[in-house]
Design a protein around this ligand. Structure first.
Ligand code: CDP
Ligand code: CDP
Length: 223
């Protein structure tokens, strides 16, 4: 069985997808980290983010790898572990720009389908249920109010010692959601056969249990 989890920024996709995967002993694949790794490389090399061809060629000539280390998923740009550098607000904005390019998405689609080939994966992103794994047995569209999603990110950053302002984060998330939902290539939207889970006011554990119940129901009806 494959499980696709999509939704806007801060909905809890990575946290919940990782926990669901470990409960089911599935492989977790964070597709956002792949767009982020490419965005990091563009930023780090000072390349023109507005030039689709430059960005697409950069991806073509380099390698993104997801590696499991110490129970955590790490993302590599060639031989460099970039995991710790891809969550900054600048890289987030760059990620949603590189993700708007059709030629980048085509390459990512091939990489991501390859990663899911062995089956029994939990993959999270924006277009997993609609494009990457349209035949996934379970599709979840995870969301929460924009205020709560911004607050979650804010608490996460404060815990890391950041001075981030809640209002700035809310603006950053709203801009990114708008770009993700309104791009031409594989925009963020709920697949017709996805189950909507609004996590506003729900704890991580409650969401994990809810998704496991949905998986059980879908798994039974698929048999
Ligand atoms: O991957 P996505 O952007 O959808 O969200 P995330 O990075 O998994 O979660 C964003 C933050 O919200 C993390 O700090 C989670 O621990 C937290 N979270 C939460 O407080 N309650 C939930 N129900 C889900 C996530
Ligand atoms: O954790 P958060 O939800 O903030 O972002 P992410 O899942 O790490 O994704 C970063 C950016 O990559 C998103 O804003 C999207 O623009 C893009 N993305 C995408 O277009 N398609 C995916 N399957 C995954 C991410």
């Amino acid at each position: 069985m494959n499980i696709a989890i999509d939704g806007p920024a801060g909905a809890g996709k990575s946290t919940v997808a990782g926990k669901v995967a470990s409960r089911l002993e599935y492989v977790y694949i964070d597709t956002g980290s792949m767009y982020r790794a490419l965005a990091w490389a563009v930023h780090n090399q000072g390349l023109p983010i507005a030039d689709e061809r430059t960005v697409s060629e950069l991806l073509q000539h380099n390698q993104i790898r997801l590696v499991r280390e110490g129970g955590q998923q790490h993302v590599y740009w060639n031989d460099t572990d970039v995991t710790a550098w891809i969550r900054t607000p600048e890289v987030s904005q760059y990620a949603s720009i590189v993700a708007s390019y059709g030629s980048v998405r085509e390459q990512m689609l091939v990489l991501q389908r390859n990663l899911a080939k062995q089956g029994n994966v939990v993959m999270d992103g924006r277009d997993i249920g609609t494009h990457v794994l349209p035949d996934a047995e379970v599709k979840i569209f995870l969301t929460a109010s924009i205020r709560e999603r911004a607050e979650r990110r804010w608490k996460e950053l404060l815990a890391k010692g950041s001075q981030a302002q809640l209002a700035d984060l809310e603006k950053e998330i709203a801009e990114r959601d708008y770009r993700d939902m309104n791009r031409e290539a594989a925009p963020l939207r709920q697949a017709e056969d996805a189950v909507l889970v609004d996590t506003t006011g729900m704890s991580i554990d409650e969401v994990v249990e809810k998704i496991l119940q949905i998986c059980e129901r879908m798994g039974e009806s698929a048999q």
